[in-house]
Design a protein. Sequence first.
Length: 646
Amino acid sequence: MGARPMMRALAAMMTLCLVLATGAAAQVEWVREPEQQVPQYGQFELAVRAAELAGGAWVTEPARLGATFVSPSGRTVTLPAFRTQDYGFGTEEPRQQRASVGGLKIYVSESDWALGQELTFFLDDVRLQSRQTGESRMLGDFEADAGGWGPQAGTTAVTDETAASGRRSLRVDVTLAEGSRWPGAFLALDGADWRGYDRLAFAVRLEADAARGHIRAEYGTTDGRIIRAGGALDGEVPAREWTELTWDFDRSDAEAANRPVAAGEPYYAIRFMPTEPGRHTYTIRGGGSALAEGGFECLPSELKAPARVSRRDPFHLERTDGTPWLPVGLNMCWYGRGRTADYEEWLPALAAAGGDVVRLWMCPWCFGVEWGGPPGDYRMDHAYELDHVLRRARELGIGVMLCLDYHGAFQGRGAWRSNPYNAANGGPCEQPEDFFTSEEAARLYRERLSYLVARYASYSNLAFWEFFNEVNLVEDFDGAAVAAWHARMARYLRDADPYDHIITTSCGNPAGDPHLWTLPEIELAQSHDYAATDWAANVAHWTEEHRERYGKAAMFGEFGLNAAAADSAERDPDGIYLHNGLWGSAMSGSAGAAMIWFWDNYVHERDLYHHFTSLKRFAEGVDWTQGLLPLTEWRWERGDAADEPA
């Protein structure tokens, strides 16, 4: 069977019609089709369309409906069914509703600030504007919050001032505190309805010596987005001068493109990944009874085997067939206005350059399935979009690190307000930190893990489960409690996942948290960093630190010159630091090449994919699992010692 027919078989399904009646034996009406041929490491899917139970309720317990698969070698795998729905992609206009502005952060970066230095920010004319009507509305009710988004210094005083323009102004006095990388202030903004506006604008003045300094600003919305200034909005701010920053957040027709549109009624599906050539059999069970039996033939294919930590070298990765794998790629965490159509540009461009891994986020605005309703009410549209991207990545030979949660969803000034686990939304947690200790939250989260395993674990290109993005930035982070939660959930995930995908999590600094990295359940220590310039030396330092201290595989899941893509484009338009980070990580013993963050507005915009090509060509000729000795002769320089290991 050729590669093209085998790829078509990936999407083929056996159709089973079940009629379930309360208080009566299950009646089975099975429409048999010719036995399928499925490629090795492909995906065999059963569509199980069940009649509604009494009262219109669906079966909600996965254990009540599932299937047992038997491989030619006798290996048995039992998988639960999951609820799904078919979608098409159309231009359905989205509901015209935006979340309120949650807060505004102003800070200064790229400067030599001394501890204890006092700075004063003046904010003038913070307003929402409508470009169509010209209407403008001031945002009031400013509240300084020293406990808001970091990094920042303490807010020492907040007073109203009269600006030279005669308009209302706000003064914030801050002092650079111990451990801060740069000074700044968080302001909670008026959360009144602002659907009629499409622009946020304000002016800012800094009373301090701003030599080499850059003013930065970002606003957060109550649905979890954090929008940073970019491009021309970033610039040097001369001391004692006003600089206006403006963001546009209008919705255009392009944003409605490729929007999933529901087609048909929800149903159940069961997915299985065959790893052995030969005939497989299966038995579908429901309510403790066998409902139907069948089989399919698995044929050898060119699809890549799943990834795992190497059995020969604990610091590197391999595929389950023993082939060494050094993943080379970047973050592609969420789509933009083109929605999933954006990945039709990004993924092929990466694949053409030889890249073979991306990182995706399941966040409120993209791919997050448990968002927008009570806990356990999963979004079928987001789940379908993630399926679409995973399939496309598999076709192109690209592995995926799937991040299941992000820190902003557990920050009081971030997306916690709309988090389904928040008691205000019917969840079990009064505060964000309760998520890691609440038994009810743990039960609900385990249910979500079961759903994710049932739906996505059968993708051979799903390389990593990542519990959290930058979990140390959640509200009132408690390393011991968060680590205990990770240990419990990782054990549950390992038992539920029949394919043993690699399990990791991440922290918002390169050192991470020892409570997490010492857990045997966390197989990969992951670093994030935006505060270095010599990226070859920086990744080498932290890779060596994690290998020696924790004895496990380590890699950089995010890196950049700093948190603004505009800086990368301005200071390094040719991607030299990207090149250095890639090669420095590979040569220093990292489990994978460091993954740059700015996928859309730097790498793709400037067509820097060629940096992945040379490393991947080199990597294909190296057996990374034979006990490769990393380079150790490097010089590490870093201006910020706050992230030194304890």
